[in-house]
Design a protein around this ligand. Sequence first.
Ligand code: LLP
Length: 420
Amino acid sequence: SPHLAYRGPQLFIEDLAVADLARRFGTPLYVYSKASMLAALSAYQRALKGRDHLVCYAVKANSNLAVLQVFAQAGCGFDIVSSGELHRVLAAGGDAAKVVFSGIGKTRAEMRHALEAGVMCFNVESEAELELLSDVASGLGRTARVSLRVNPDVDAGTHPYISTGLKGNKFGIAHERALATYRRAAALPGLEVAGIDCHIGSQITDTTPYLDALDRVLDLVEAVEAAGVPVHHLDLGGGLGITYTDETPPSAETLVQQLLARIDARGHGHRKVLFEPGRSLVGNAGVLVSEVLYLKPGEQKNFCIVDAAMNDLARPAMYEAFMGIVPCVTRDDVPATHCDVVGPVCESGDWLGRDRDLAVASGDFVAVLSAGAYGMSMASNYNTRGRAAEVLVSGSQAWLIRERENPAELFAAERLIPQG
Ligand code: LLP
């Protein structure tokens, strides 16, 4: 990213040295570049220019209020998956009329909250959910606009990363059931069919599965409309990958252009088009900064023990995901050691990087790269570790956008039982 680069030995995020931020705000520390987020968003917006569209940022990727605020101010909509995320969007100044509500397990209370807030659309994932939503909306005297999330069952063999768009997967309505479910939606009280959507997976690095899924979706739209149910918008989900190491995903512009070309070629150019990107908007905008606590040489392995752990960044432990790790200040006065970068949590699975060569000493700061998505939003308090602080950088300005959690806060909601 142009917003994260070395100037001499110092790693900079926009116009600030990352090591200075680590000293100023402490570690572990998430730092995000505002310019990087806005640049990622404008890649989508450029390709969608002149077309009825809405980019709905997938809140789950990074749900800090200030991050949502930046996107809301840039005109974004939001893709939410819980009542909690809706509360965040509204608190950040987001517009409920630009919110799509996804997820397979919406509760009655969540439906009510979203209807009262006036969300744009519910992405309905099952027939049972459709019935309940009709009941809740009718009870409130409101109309729920719905889009059915269809499972396009695109071939996994050729595209191994697209695991949420396959049969046998818990997401979406099976392709074969979609037409009947649209008919049902059109007949039920309290519902209005608004669109169709699909989301085939995450960290996708090729346009082919998107185009395959789009073809399946357009086949359905044609069948549903032939049955007399108009389908207005196409929501093509999120899932575009980023570069963690050597992946070469298409740019958002390329992906969107190819999808729009196919939409137009098939005569659907009049439709509003939605996307739900998460990772590709924030992933490369953020780093997790951590202090090297100890170097621990061993017979079989050397360990670099840092103060960030799996509770701060779960992706390596959970998915064996590769995240780049670099020193915040490069040095040539110590030799590089071949090591595993691990955190203080009491689990062998608590590692951030394996088999890295790092020239660092205790007290140095390292940055885990591409940590802006699914980093802080998946953080936990395991081992009673307070969650990291978060900072947003714009040019040479840095704002603390989330305070570091202190130990007392961690158990403030817990209660002792009566004595004796
Ligand atoms: N829309 C729906 C319905 C989704 O389920 C997701 C992500 C998105 C949009 C956004 O997808 P994105 O553009 O971020 O790929 N924790 C995992 C990723 C889980 C993605 C879940 N769904 C990770 O750290 O890799």
